[in-house]
Design a protein around this ligand. Structure first.
Ligand code: ZN
Length: 200
């Protein structure tokens, strides 16, 4: 797996085939998946209006990677700052903090992990990531509040009923049936319930 910037360049490269550009977008989403890979992918298909036939609107792939890039720009400085701080602490012999920060996981999916790929926040990814980081910095506890919408959690072990984010991160299980069939539909961008895109 190569880096996000290299894959993002491929997504934007109009000399490549649509399918290759789609796979590059998939790689980018693996690198930066604030809702987890599947829910982030569903979000991008809807928000960037990625059509079933890619050739119908190739700019959709660029819109999608632009949105991912903006989310990454929000999280990356904070993650790098934290990593540098940890290195300094380790050098002075301090132990690992008890509470790991929300971005400290694969694809940053702990920031706002959504176990149901079709139930996730609707705001832009960067806005959601910023809200989580701000609430985290303000010391708001993930056990008592949803860090995305700020509402108080009545059932800390469940996904937020409003935005779909689960405080357990990728460890949360989602057992709706038939999950795999639904995922295949999302991957192939066969979404019946989204609004029809406007004609150019
Ligand atoms: Zn919420």
């Amino acid at each position: 797996m190569t880096s996000f910037p290299a894959q993002a360049r491929r997504v934007r490269d109009s000399t490549l085939s649509p399918q290759r550009r789609l796979y590059a977008l998939r790689e980018c989403t693996l690198h930066c998946a604030p809702y987890g890979f599947r829910a982030t992918w569903h979000h991008l298909v809807v928000s960037a209006r990625i059509p079933r036939r890619l050739a119908d609107d190739l700019d959709a792939l660029v819109r999608a990677v632009d949105e991912l890039q903006r989310a990454r720009d929000v999280v990356l400085p904070r993650a790098q700052e934290y990593a540098a701080g940890r290195r300094r602490e380790k050098a002075t012999g301090r132990r690992t903090p008890q509470t790991p920060p929300p971005w400290n996981s694969w694809g940053w999916s702990r920031i706002a992990y959504c176990p149901d790929p079709e139930h996730h926040p609707t705001a832009p990814l960067a806005t959601v990531a910023q809200a989580v980081l701000d609430r985290y910095a303000a010391g708001i506890g993930v056990d008592t509040h949803c860090l995305v919408c700020g509402i108080e959690r009545r059932r800390p072990d469940r996904a937020c009923p409003t935005c779909g984010v689960h405080p357990d991160g990728p460890a949360a299980r989602w057992r709706a049936y038939p999950a795999e069939e639904r995922w295949q539909r999302i991957w192939h961008r066969e979404l019946d319930d989204r609004p029809t895109p406007l004609a150019p």
